[in-house]
Ligand binder design. Structure first.
Ligand code: UD1
Length: 339
């Protein structure tokens, strides 16, 4: 059996790692296509190297650009590869432009499309990711959900066939590498911050977010996404004194920084769950989240742009993991084999 996997943005390298290894164990031939949406070493290759992902067979080199350009380049370039490789099925992950571009090219050639991390919804169509995930789910042949809530979201949209709740593949990789997160604490007493979402990097909003974060009487360590860095620089926005910027780091290092932090502030999807697994409280600097189970567990809290921000009331060890048992990849590959 021959499967083509389409990845290209930072979180997809991480999600693909455990699935790739499970596919290999099952003797399934996997051809990996990197769209090249993320191309800086610290945004792409670092993950491929540290997480033992097989080197991608193809790189579409689409790079940065408008969403229309990025998605259409992926569709056109991927189509040629799909016609050459002739896979039995294709795998896409999450909700980025690489997910949607991949999904359209695959489904237009009538190749079975498998979506991992299906059924997530923020119900906010102003988010580019929401458009990507809704369309991808509606054209997928097989859908793997991390939780019952995501399965139920699909049911509300009348997607009920070939939907499987398997857990979260990110928890698989978290469990596998957890022992390696014991990095020495380089920063003392601090909060970990990541902020890169389109809604937070509009200059005016970014200014307000920084003013909000300056009210925290704690040191904040922030590995900076190149987009956030660019907006800060282009708009001559100065950082509050309590925020210390560092270069983007690999995933294992990020988990180490998270483990040593007092708590975590983020607009990333992945880090909201990783905070829960790291036994840390999370403040999500967004208006809504797809990962509603973390809110229900009282370990994550939404902070809107003009809300007062304060140090959360940290409770430890009184929550459970709503995202499976660390064996999602194995479940997924066992089901894929039946195609
Ligand atoms: C994308 C995803 C987002 C995900 C994030 C993870 C979409 C619509 N969004 O957002 O869901 O959470 O990846 O990081 O797909 N840039 C560089 N070097 C790089 C990559 C990007 O400098 O290697 C800069 C470029 O200026 C680019 C900007 O970052 O224009 C935005 O990159 P892009 O891939 O469009 O979206 P992300 O913000 O990374």
């Amino acid at each position: 059996m021959k499967i083509i996997t389409i990845i290209g943005a930072r979180p997809q390298f991480i999600k693909a790692a455990p699935v790739s290894s499970a596919l290999k164990q099952q003797g399934i031939n996997e051809i990996i296509v990197n769209t090249g949406q993320h191309y800086d070493f610290n945004m792409s290759e670092i993950f491929i190297n540290e997480l033992d992902i097989p080197k991608p067979h193809y790189n579409l080199g689409v790079g940065s650009g408008s969403h229309a350009k990025q998605i259409s380049d992926i569709i056109c370039k991927l189509e040629e590869i799909l016609l050459t490789v002739k896979p039995h099925a294709a795998l896409v992950y999450g909700d980025t432009n690489s997910t949607l571009g991949g999904a359209i090219a695959v489904s237009k050639l009538d190749i079975p499309l498998i979506h991992i991390e299906a059924g997530l919804r923020s119900f906010n169509k102003a988010m580019p990711e929401e458009i990507n995930r809704v369309i991808t789910d509606h054209i997928s042949t097989m859908l793997f959900c991390p939780s019952n809530i995501s399965k139920n979201n699909l049911k509300q949209e009348r997607i009920e066939k070939n939907v499987f709740v398997v857990g979260d593949v990110m928890y698989d990789i978290f469990k596998k590498w957890e022992e390696r997160f014991n990095a020495k604490n380089k920063y003392g007493d601090y909060v970990l911050l990541t902020m890169h979402r389109a809604e937070n990097t509009v200059p005016e909003i970014l200014r307000r977010r920084l003013a909000q974060l300056s009210k925290l009487t704690l040191k904040i360590i922030c590995p900076i996404h190149p987009q956030t860095k660019k907006i800060l620089f282009q708009n001559e926005i100065t950082l509050p004194k309590n925020i210390q910027i560092i270069e983007p780091v690999g995933w294992i290092e990020l988990m180490g920084i998270g483990r040593n932090a007092r708590f975590i502030i983020t607009d990333s999807g992945g880090l909201q769950k990783e905070a829960l697994w790291l036994n840390k409280h999370c403040l999500t600097i967004r208006d809504q989240t797809e990962w509603v189970e973390t809110i229900q567990q009282h370990v994550n809290q939404l902070v809107k742009v003009d809300d007062n921000i304060s140090i959360p009331d940290i409770r430890k060890g009184d929550f459970s993991n709503p995202y499976g048992d660390g064996n999602a990849s194995e479940r997924i590959t066992n089901i894929i084999k039946t195609i």
